[in-house]
Design a protein. Structure first.
Ligand code: UDP
Length: 320
């Protein structure tokens, strides 16, 4: 299989590239390095079957050529991180909506399979936990930029499913739940690398809000293994899959675990959302996937526990 990974120099994309190359596939990456980094793929340079293009997916002649040369597209290029989304809303919406539009249009011309990376963020404020793929989504008002991200990714899903329905473009949509691991940066607000960096630097661990909000952190290796397994599944076409761990943890408990595992003396401090992001910021109170559907399809089971994941991330930060 010849895979094209958009956003392939990003955190998840670079791990996926490694996994696919390890499975004997060839991999071509396109990334504009806006949030990705060349360092993430530098070790793959020169490896048989690997190539990369530093450009935006919105450069249509370049993208068309790459699409022509592949069998399957993993579309991971997107604006990521709540901080970036709040601070650069125009870029978020344009990258997510227009970028996906371009990828689907060119994939459709050549009838290439597209695996679209979506996000658990699309469930918004829904309290119907655990979230099922066919459950309702509950987004906040348009004056709160956080919801622009969820809405832009939901639009990607609508468009991909529309291509499947109208043009039989083979698409598979995967909603990722808080993927973590080495190479993820805390620069755009992600909590695990932020807490680990703070704990190792002896700085306060900044818990936003009251810390009762919960997430399920998923090991990047589990995520990319599932992504690799999905592409060949005909029965997955035109469907949406949750992909994540079901081990739920509150953000305050996460801070305590990072502190204990690093042996850090850092204090844990509360930061109001208004100060952390912007006035009136709304968070998701709980986020837990129902993974029945992906388990039935590929036998997916998250292998890494939260403590194992945190230990691997801590080791990664220590060796850097
Ligand atoms: N968070 C926090 N401190 C930080 C960064 C994030 O308490 O330094 C919180 C954030 O408000 C959210 C959770 O941790 O409730 C997960 O945030 P992240 O940005 O990693 O992912 P999200 O699930 O919000 O997309």
């Amino acid at each position: 299989m010849r895979a094209l990974i958009t956003g392939g120099a990003g955190f998840i994309g670079s791990h996926l590239a490694e996994t696919l190359l390890g499975g004997g596939h060839s991999v071509s990456v396109i990334d504009d390095l806006s949030t990705g980094s060349f360092d993430n793929i530098a070790h793959l340079k020169g490896r048989a079957g690997f190539s990369y293009t530093i450009d935006t997916i919105m450069n249509e002649p370049v993208l068309a050529e790459l699409v022509d040369q592949c069998d399957v597209i993993y579309h991971l290029a997107a604006a990521v991180g709540v901080r970036l989304i709040v601070e650069a809303p125009v870029r978020t919406i344009e990258t997510n909506v227009h970028g996906t539009e371009v990828v689907l249009k060119h994939a459709s011309k050549k009838q290439r399979t597209v695996v679209v990376a979506s996000t658990s963020e699309v469930y918004g404020k829904s309290d119907d936990v655990p979230f099922r793929e066919d459950g309702d989504i509950a987004l906040g008002p348009t004056v709160k930029h956080r919801w622009a991200y969820a809405c832009s990714k939901a639009m990607d899903e609508f468009l991909a499913l529309a291509y499947w329905k109208e043009k039989r473009l083979p698409v598979i949509i995967v909603r990722l739940f808080n993927t973590v691991g080495p190479r993820q940066t805390g620069r755009y607000g992600m909590v695990v690398p932020s807490f680990v960096r703070q704990a190792l630097a002896g700085e306060p661990l900044t818990v936003y809000g009251d810390g009762t909000q919960s997430r399920c952190f998923t090991w990047v290796g589990d995520v990319v293994g599932a992504l690799a397994a999905l592409a060949g599944r005909r029965e997955a076409l035109g469907r949406v899959y949750n992909l994540g761990s079901t081990e739920e943890v509150s953000i305050r408990a996460l801070a305590e675990r990072v502190k204990a595992l690093t042996g850090s003396a850092s204090p844990i401090v509360s930061v109001p959302y208004d100060q952390a992001y912007e006035s009136g910021f709304e968070d998701m109170p709980r986020r837990v996937p129902d993974i029945t559907r992906i388990r039935a399809l590929i036998g997916f089971e998250p292998k890494a526990s939260l403590d194992e994941i945190l230990q691997l991330v801590i080791d990664h930060h220590r060796t850097r």
